[in-house]
Design a protein around this ligand. Structure first.
Ligand SMILES: Nc1ncnc2c1ncn2[C@@H]1O[C@H](COP(=O)(O)OP(=O)(O)OP(=O)(O)O)[C@@H](O)[C@H]1O
Ligand code: SF4
Ligand SMILES: [Mg+2]
Length: 408
């Protein structure tokens, strides 16, 4: 079921800016970002490495440590269990402890490698359950067993140590840990990136099934936009610390407007459909310590002109008929099967998928629906960012205590 667009967001990020202080200058990792997550909604956050996805998510949960500094914004949580809205950036350490895991849980980037190698999976799940739910031992053990059922880990594997499990099984353990306290919001930071595509899809299908059954909301972070198209309700595309386009999955798929989004769409192969040439995005993301004036995508944009240096990057409606589709590029708008600006024309993104599902965009399955077997002509994604990854983790899976946000 879809979240109603009128419903008040369960998590509302407004005007959030985060920098990393450094001797060589401040890294503007997140700049004036607005993002709303509604109850039972899946919002996908896509963007190249280093675009600020993790910083945004961890900053919104106050999980960053110096040299990170929140310089502006607010984050409001309105869960069903919260008596009144919680202003996360002003919350006390005690309030944050209550909020994390119970209300907002995170599956961290590369989390499956953070499992304790000398404890069985059962003991680690038991730790998570007892730390947050205050259950008696027998009840906690029953909860661990039901969590393993929930994420599809055979109970007989609970006595295994992490090294005895496959990557997919370890990732399922991390998802089980995140769901241990029935949170209302789950942030998943690249939870399946290290896994092969078949396991990746298996886990995603299960996450969606759980999400629909338990009705929590998800912010799902990945650099793979094509993956999000299939199962997210809405997608926000980040570039250089800003959201440059946001819309429903169908809007992004059928009518992507921002040239960067179109570049991302032509950077990833789809699992199904005919072989196609991947054009990618030329060049590299900008140095976030010294951003060029105006649109930060200008050095890589085939449609850029000198007037792009005056663009203020606010998100504006892509078309008067949609109240959900916004782009930060004032010059290029999706116009059906082609994209025009002046005399220039962009090729539309590959569209081998057809038909719409209740969630995202469906990949057809049937005769002739073979995995793409061709070589990748180009993957134009730039260099790896440092991937903040959230710092060191304590035995609960969350990073060690954060520092107060600026002004709090
Ligand atoms: N501790 C840090 N100190 C300085 N700069 C940092 C730090 N952590 C991250 N950055 C910078 O902040 C920017 C955003 O990083 P972040 O990890 O949020 O990106 P990301 O989109 O999550 O990337 P990835 O897809 O690689 O995980 C990058 O330019 C990165 O180099
Ligand atoms: S503002 Fe200019 S440089 Fe930026 S995406 Fe639009 S056309 Fe390209
Ligand atoms: Mg990241």
């Amino acid at each position: 079921m879809h979240a109603s667009p009128e419903a008040e967001p369960v998590l509302e990020i407004a005007n959030l800016s985060i920098i990393y202080r450094g001797f060589a200058g401040d890294v503007k990792a997140v700049s004036n970002v607005n993002l709303a997550l509604r109850a039972a909604e899946v919002v996908g956050l896509a963007g190249e490495s280093g675009s600020g996805k993790s910083t945004l998510a961890y900053g919104a949960c106050r999980l960053l440590r110096p040299p990170a500094l929140i310089t502006s914004g607010s984050v409001t949580y309105r869960g069903r269990r919260a008596r009144e809205p919680v202003e996360v950036l002003r919350e006390s350490p005690e309030g944050l402890r209550r909020l994390r895991w119970r209300e907002i849980a995170i599956v961290f980037q590369s989390a499956m490698n953070a499992l304790n190698p000398v404890l069985s999976v059962r003991d680690q799940l038991l730790d998570a359950v007892t730390a947050h739910l205050h259950l008696a031992k027998a009840e906690a053990l029953e909860k661990v067993a039901s969590l393993s059922d929930l994420v599809g880990i055979d109970r007989s594997r609970l006595r295994s140590y992490p090294h005895e499990l496959s990557g997919g099984q370890r990732q399922r353990v991390m998802i089980a840990m995140a769901l241990a306290a029935d949170p209302e919001v789950v942030i998943m930071d690249e939870p399946t990136t290290a896994l092969d595509v078949v396991v990746q899809r298996d886990i995603l299908a299960q996450v969606v099934e759980l999400q629909e059954r338990l009705r929590f909301s998800i912010i799902f972070i990945t650099h793979d936009l094509s993956l999000l198209l299939e199962f997210a309700d809405r997608i926000a595309v980040m570039y250089a610390g800003r959201i440059v386009e946001t819309g429903s999955s169908k809007e992004i798929y059928h009518n992507a407007s921002h040239p960067y989004t179109n570049g991302l769409l032509s950077s990833f192969p789809a699992l199904h459909g005919p072989r196609r040439r991947l054009t990618g995005i030329r060049g590299w993301p900008p140095d976030l310590r010294s951003l060029p004036p105006g649109c930060p995508f200008l050095p890589r944009c085939d449609l850029g002109t000198p007037s792009c240096e005056g663009v203020d990057m606010h998100l504006a409606r892509v078309s008067p008929s949609s109240s959900t589709h916004f782009s930060a590029c004032p010059f290029v708008r999706a116009e059906g099967p082609g994209w025009r600006k002046g005399g220039a024309e962009l090729k539309p993104p590959p569209t081998q998928n057809t038909g719409a599902t209740s969630r995202g965009v469906q990949v057809p399955r049937g005769p002739g629906d073979q995995p793409s077997a061709g070589p990748l002509e180009a993957i134009g994604i730039g260099p790896g960012g440092t991937g903040s990854g959230g710092g060191s983790h304590d035995d609960t899976g969350f990073p060690a205590p954060d520092y107060p946000a600026a002004g709090s």
